[in-house]
Design a protein around this ligand. Structure first.
Ligand code: GLN
Ligand code: ZN
Length: 756
């Protein structure tokens, strides 16, 4: 009986082998054949992990040299013109990363995860044709090793929903070109064996889809699920409940439907529909998005609840989504606190959870061997320990956070801004930057040396202060109005604060793929959060002491701290966020009392934290706004609060942004002229705004003239009294040779505009 299932597995390798091989290949130090060898080793290792754990449904085609959306584009022959002359891997990586002649394809976030996919470029004028080599090859590669896999594909509806049309128009208009290729692919797959399971991922089904999109589900899956009787077609959804799409899917000839019960509890309400059909249910119950050990007892209760409606014979237990979004194995976490480590479970550890839960659910506890029984008891103990650990619960924090009554700062914006303008006396079109300056090799080395104990605190601080002096001197020379210290002491805007707050933990090897070869190592929040001592005051006040101009203090906001961490699952997210906000509010207070007059609280990840379903947006907005405001609630009316957000599309959320009540917001609009600013005017947005004036993601140095043009465009929309002038985002990834002239041009452009 095949009963346990894993949606997909990470591919980067437990020592990030794939990353290293790819980067050596890109640096021309390694031949592609060698990268392919590394890939084969990894694929086999990952299959064996799953096989050893006893997983019944193991995937092929979940591997990728870069990204599976890109692989799907290649499979469909959707190669943009500018890459067509290139061959094989050269073409593949040029599509992902660009080359001297052609810009890379766009990349964007995969739903509400921190994984980024390549956005396919489609056109009605193009012809598409099947390239099944990778799909077929990976299946056979596993088969040779004695492993029969299910084949993972990204479904046509999700593929089209996430692609863009370069000739204008709706991507779904291309369905008639794409669908036959999927059919041909399935015909080829059907030749592989007597029976093949195909998992077709349609995560787009968990969004609020337009009726037009929903109307495609039936015709598409009627076709795809009846290509061959050899195939068992599973439509996989994850990250949310499948809602309306489920109602339609049950009336198509698919064999199975995957639902996420961790992030889409509402799926429970749809169970009757599956029960009344002949479909199999792939029940996602082990969290593929978080690193906590599964609470097996709670999960078994959930499964029993499901099975009161759904016949067990048609149930399969699974991860909630691909394990791509969690690190690979705890094996290398040698220096982690043992108690905390015992609460965690990465991809490899989750495999055993899936199979053990499956065994108990389908065969009963009495079927467990002594060793399996031990696994189960250990799981119960670990969960029990976590529930009661003193490391998690801090009464003082709970009391303080529970008794907060002041949720916002004193004074209305209109009153505050008058006081601030008078006190700070900055000009219209005031110039500033977003915070970080280039993280040079020396800066990074010094931070690393200090962390590894190769240099002492004094030497380290002297290095950092020298760098801050350098940043101050350059900014004064350029003539910026509001300065920053440059953030040299920060490796990362979240990790820096996480390390200084109680309640955050860190891994040594908890890497998660972000895009291509890039990985991130998010901190995790395991306990109640508090601030043992000030986190930025020394650095900022030092920087302020070096100049007569205004020095802006720089913090990362509560919502961003939360969205870029693995968050504890034993407390609602909004409560965790509130704790961070309270800790930050003390920092704001300390900064202002130390003489800092402008404080920026970055909310780079505010928008990406939005739920996938509209019905949940309001709840998110209400606590996210509450906690941003709470984090600055102690600010005096005279203290100017800035915020920064790394995007530009504010149309849907403009009222929420307004409600955050920041005095000044800087946003990322450089690539869109004044178009995206119009919404601020339309709604009568009162607060001051710094629309990014040049794109920091490119090494290009903008000329004075083009910045002048850009400023004039902004002035067509908003008055000079309301505008600040700044780059798009932080400058840490740029070089000084780019930053200095760019900022100088920015200041010169402002002077020109002011003069007329
Ligand atoms: N202050 C941060 C910086 O400049 C902001 C970065 C961000 O929002 N991504 O680096
Ligand atoms: Zn930014």
């Amino acid at each position: 009986m095949s009963k346990t299932y894993v949606v997909g597995f990470p591919r980067i390798g437990e020592q990030r082998e794939l990353k290293k091989a790819l980067e050596s290949y890109w640096a021309k130090e390694l031949a592609f054949d060698e990268v392919a060898k590394v890939a084969s080793v990894l694929k086999e290792r990952h299959w064996r992990y799953q096989q050893d754990a006893g997983v019944d449904y193991i995937s092929s085609n979940d591997f990728s040299f870069y990204d599976t959306m890109l692989d799907t584009a290649v499979m469909l022959g959707a190669v943009p013109k500018r890459f067509r002359a290139l061959k094989k891997e050269e073409q593949y990586f040029a599509m992902a990363r660009g080359n001297d002649h052609a810009a890379a394809m766009e990349m964007t976030k995969w739903f509400n995860t921190n994984y980024h996919y390549i956005v396919p470029e489609l056109s009605m004028n193009d012809t598409y044709c099947l390239d099944a080599a990778k799909v077929i090859g990976e299946y056979q590669e596993a088969k040779v090793l004695g492993i029969k896999t299910k084949i993972n594909l990204i479904g046509p509806i999700t593929f089209l929903a996430l692609s863009k049309r370069i000739d204008g128009g709706d991507t779904f208009e291309l369905l008639h070109k794409i669908l036959p290729i999927y059919e041909r692919l399935l015909e080829e797959i059907a030749l592989l064996d007597d029976e093949v399971v195909v998992q077709i991922d349609e995560p787009v089904f968990v969004r609020d889809n337009a009726p037009k999109v929903l109307s495609l589900i039936k015709p598409v899956y009627e076709k795809l699920a009846s290509v061959s009787s050899v195939l068992k077609v599973i439509v996989m959804t994850y990250f949310e409940h499948a809602g309306e799409a489920l109602k339609i899917l049950v009336h198509t000839p698919v064999w199975g439907i995957g639902l996420d019960f961790v992030h889409g509890k509402e799926n429970l309400a749809g169970l009757g529909q599956i029960a009344n059909s002949d479909k199999h249910l792939i029940a996602g119950i082990v969290d593929g998005r978080n690193i906590w050990k599964n609470d097996m007892d709670a999960t078994l209760t959930l499964l029993e609840e499901i099975s009161t409606i759904m016949p067990k014979e048609r149930m399969i237990v699974s991860t909630s989504c691909s394990l791509l979004h969690v690190p690979l194995t705890l094996k290398y976490e040698a220096s982690m606190n043992e108690e905390i480590k015992n609460w965690l479970s990465y991809a490899v550890e989750k495999l055993d959870e899936v199979t053990m839960i499956g065994k108990i659910f389908f065969e009963g506890k009495s079927s467990l061997s002594a060793q399996e029984q031990q696994f189960y008891t250990d799981n119960q103990k670990a969960n029990e320990n976590r529930r009661h650990s003193t490391m998690i619960h801090d009464n003082q924090v709970e009391q303080r956070v529970g008794s907060i009554t002041k949720f916002q700062r004193d004074g209305l914006y209109e009153e505050r801004i008058k006081i601030q303008r008078e006190k700070l006396n900055y000009p219209d079109l005031a110039t500033t930057t977003i915070g970080s300056f280039p993280q040079t090799a020396e800066v990074r080395k010094s931070r690393g040396d200090y962390k590894q104990g190769r240099i002492g605190k004094e030497a380290y601080e002297a290095h950092m202060k020298a760098y801050i002096d350098h940043c101050v001197a350059i900014q004064e020379k350029i003539g910026l109005d509001v300065l920053v210290h440059g953030e040299p002491e920060r490796n990362d805007m979240v990790e820096y604060f996480a390390e200084l707050l109680k309640g955050f933990g860190f891994s040594q090897n908890g890497w998660v793929q972000s895009y291509g070869s890039r990985c991130v190592k998010p901190p995790f929040i395991y306990g109640d959060i508090s601030r043992p001592k000030p986190m930025t005051v020394e650095w900022i006040t030092y920087a302020q002491s070096r100049t007569d101009r205004i020095m802006k203090g720089m913090l990362t906001g509560p919502v961003t701290m939360l969205n870029w961490s693995f968050v504890r699952d034993d407390k609602p997210r909004d409560e965790v966020s509130k704790q961070i906000a309270v800790a930050l509010s003390d920092e704001v207070n300390d900064l202002q009392n130390a003489g800092i007059q402008i404080i920026q609280v970055d909310e780079a990840a505010f928008k990406e934290g939005y739920p996938l379903r509209k019905e949940k947006s309001e709840a998110y907005e209400s606590w996210a706004v509450r906690d941003f405001k709470l984090s600055v609630a102690q600010a005096y009316p005279a203290t100017q609060i800035h915020t920064h957000m790394c995007y530009s599309q504010f149309n849907d959320i403009i009222h929420t942004i307004e409600a955050m009540d920041a005095d000044v917001i800087s946003i990322e609009t450089a690539r869109s002229g004044n178009q995206l600013l119009k919404i601020f005017k339309e709604v009568g947005y009162k607060q001051e705004i710094g629309p990014g004036i040049y794109d920091i993601h490119s090494p290009r140095i903008p000329s004075v003239e083009e910045i002048v043009t850009q400023i004039r465009l902004l002035l067509e929309v908003l008055p000079k009294e309301q505008l600040w002038i700044n780059p798009d985002c932080g400058l840490k990834t740029r070089k000084w040779e780019e930053v200095e002239p760019s900022l100088l041009h920015m200041v010169q452009a402002v002077e020109q505009v002011r003069a007329f």
